[in-house]
Design a protein around this ligand. Sequence first.
Ligand code: GLU
Length: 465
Amino acid sequence: MPQVRVRFAPSPTGVLHLGGARTALFNYLFARHTGGQFLLRIEDTDKERSTEAFTQAILEDMAWMGMRSDEEPVVQSSRLSAHREALQQLIDSGKVYKCYCTPEEREAARQKAEAEKTSYQYDRRCLGKPEQPGVPFVWRFQMPTEGETVVDDLVQGRVVTPNSELEDLVIARQDGSPLYNFVVVIDDAFMGITHVVRGKDHLSNTPKQVQIYRALGYPEPVFAHLPLILGLSKRLRSAGLGAYRDAGYLPSAVSNYIARLGWSHGDQEIFTEEELIEKFDLADVNRAEGALNLDKMAWLNQQHIQMTPPEQLAALLVPFLQKAGFPEMSLDHPRLLPAVATMRARASTLVEMAENCRFYFVDDDALEIDEAAKGKHLTQEACAHLRALADALASTTEDWTEAGIETAVRQFIAAQNLQLKHIAQPCRVALVGAPKGPGLYETMAVLGPASSVARLRLACSHHNP
Ligand code: GLU
């Protein structure tokens, strides 16, 4: 097989949503799996709806997911002269003709077909018409009328279209500016694309494009049309990747999730990025539509949070902590890495994790204590224990490790004739502000001796003896 060259060809008329990201990802994984090339083409010929801001946003979202074009992205609008040359080639070989029909005439024909309950197809009334100087026109491509066009789609299987059903489509405006079905063929051929992998919504365009490949004498690529993505509301389905990033999803979890929309490898659910590359093959893409499921996505995100090494997770968490009220947060904050290590198993998004980690980073005297927990756990009796514990810990600070703290606490409860249950929850409420959180000793280890002792004392200041 010649080297695989695939492309993702977004139109910068909107943000990158999950469906688009999945198309990009399947192209990317196929390229990496086969040792081929993954390319990007910005299809910006719709000048009215395309913007530079959308182009940048799409590139950023792709970079967030770890996908970069192996070559300089091709910008479709910069290739106009090549498109015009290809049009000239078709004019010279008599494969296109001028259509002088007005939009009103076409609309009337469409309405007539609708009234007669037949499907509308342009009736070639301008084919062979004499030149009409000065009358506006568009270029139509003359499709064959006999035989059929066969596409052996890697996902959809053999798709046979009778040529009589292929409309003579408009491929360029009068000024030579080309339209989608034409330009996509010219640019894919120019970029040496071997496999066109895209959404199934383009399947019906494919036989038309195949005829254009043949008319231009270009080699035909292999096609793979991915199943559509259903489920969720249209709003959520079309939400940009940025919405998932801001909601605290990890790029590796998003990749894992969308890879499984239409592709499977046995019954494996969790994949690292390396495993996706190793195991992905277009041959394993299913024809069945994939349905989005946010619960599943949150579950996968949680799995990926647990799988991600603390250093990497800490870097991903920093912007979320900055947003959660710690604008100065940075990777070198001494509590960040140990805090992440203790919280990793407990959150399904980075937003949740940042929220859960707040108590580690607030000033000791600014820690808010849940009122109900205060009433229940910080009783006068418990506070007497906590104050005594604070005094005991204040003098055992030299071995401030989880094990050292545990030893000190156990010695304290033995000396006081207490049991752990008498102080565990009060302690946690004093340190965390709520009756939940990581293990007591690990929490204290992260907070350090000064903060731990201060929090135990501060929490009980309402019961001053
Ligand atoms: N620009 C087209 C789209 O966004 C891409 C079509 C194709 O991949 O051929 O749908």
